[in-house]
Design a protein around this ligand. Structure first.
Ligand code: G6P
Length: 371
């Protein structure tokens, strides 16, 4: 009923709008009185964690893209190599696992068979397993050495939204916690990132305030046969997630690319009127932003219609953006928390306009308990 959906047409839309709350809940109680991070459910000793020399993140679907963001964050903060692997591929390639490997299984439901089988394999090799999960007491956390619960509340829509954002939060917290234990970052620096994380619910709210602009765009794109998504750095997994959402909900061909890879193939797809969403990185000391802008220039020169997500004050993008949606100014590693939101709204609205069942897309299941 509409009441269960808080007046929204779909659970998914309700869950998109719940994200400020969900992210805030996921951050609740993570610092002790002295301001140090504490992750209650991580039952691995500091000594065990200090010995970790490699992290392997395994997951499926949207959770896999949260894992890609985790790689950028954990490697940056902790200087530990991180691999990200699809759970369904993991076991079959004889992965190198030792007692010093931390396997991080990300699963909203905690019941995905591919992910479960992967952690079972990791445990036979004596690796430590940490689950990032939204369902208390589900199978994956029960079979893990440690768990970070995401506290998003029940997610009903088959396509993950608040599950994803809170997985990102858990990944950041894990990276910062490992940095604290291993001493790879100063405590002040860790506290500063946690402060920035605590501002994210307000930033997500700001992005949700632009829903009408995104819905207007969705109306224009009813009937489009294909949509591309470009990103770089932590924006690359966001591009992949944006494409997945469109496939899942609108049944439209959609693909995400790392913007630097365009010239190695995908640019051949660009044709008159092709919509391309561009996740523009924040301006910074590196050349990421400039390179992204020049990539956008390239596709636009070939006729693409560019829809850019760019931070407040980024004027360099304006000449090349056919549509511009503003994101709050946040660090590049945290940008997925705001950049994913318009893409969720776009897919939800486009699918609605096309008459699809947004909460239960064809052929999909909320949790896939068969391999
Ligand atoms: C299914 C859902 C996806 C989800 C994936 C992984 O395919 O349709 O939305 O991302 O499973 O689910 P999990 O519960 O393991 O995160």
């Amino acid at each position: 009923s509409a009441a269960e959906k808080d007046g929204h047409d779909w659970f998914m839309r309700k869950e998109i709008f719940e994200q400020p709350r969900a992210v805030a809940d996921s951050l609740l109680g993570r610092r002790n009185a002295a301001g140090r991070l504490q992750l209650d459910e991580v039952r691995l000793s500091d000594e065990e964690l200090r010995d970790i020399d490699k992290v392997i993140v395994i997951a499926c679907g949207t959770s896999f893209y949260a894992g890609m963001v985790a790689k950028y964050a954990i490697e940056h903060w902790c200087r530990i190599p991180v691999e990200v692997e699809l759970a369904s591929e993991f076991r079959y390639r004889d992965p190198i696992l030792t007692r010093e490997t931390l396997v991080v299984a990300i699963s909203q439901s905690g019941e995905t068979a591919d992910t479960l089988q992967a952690i079972r394999h990791a445990r036979t090799q004596r690796s430590k397993v940490l689950a990032i999960c939204n369902s208390n007491g589900s199978t994956i956390p029960r079979e893990s050495d440690a768990v970070i619960y995401t506290h998003a509340g029940p997610e009903i829509g088959v396509a993950s939204t608040k599950g994803f954002l809170t997985q990102l939060v858990a990944c950041y917290l894990l990276g910062l916690y490992l940095a604290q234990v291993k001493g790879t970052r100063y405590n002040d620096e860790i506290a500063q990132v946690v402060d920035q994380l605590e501002q994210m619910p307000a930033h997500i709210e700001t992005v949700l305030g632009q829903a009408d602009q995104v819905y207007a765009l969705a109306r224009e794109f009813v009937g489009t046969p294909s949509v591309l998504f470009l990103g770089r750095h932590a924006g690359y997994p966001v591009a992949l997630e944006g494409a997945l959402k469109l496939k899942e909900l609108a049944y439209i061909h959609a693909e995400g690319f790392a913007a630097g890879e365009l010239k190695h193939g995908p640019i051949a797809l660009v044709d008159d009127g092709l919509p391309i969403w561009c996740v523009v990185p924040p301006r910074g000391r590196d050349q990421l932003h400039e390179k992204m802008v020049s990539g956008i220039q390239e596709v636009r020169a070939r006729g693409a219609r560019t829809i850019c997500l760019a931070e407040e004050g980024d004027t360099a993008i304006e000449p090349y953006a056919d549509e511009l949606i503003r994101l709050p100014k946040v660090p590049v590693l945290l940008q997925p928390l705001v950049a994913a939101v318009p893409l969720q709204l776009f897919a939800c609205e486009l699918a609605t306009l096309m008459g699809h069942d947004v909460d239960m897309p064809r052929n999909l299941a909320k949790s896939v308990t068969v391999e």
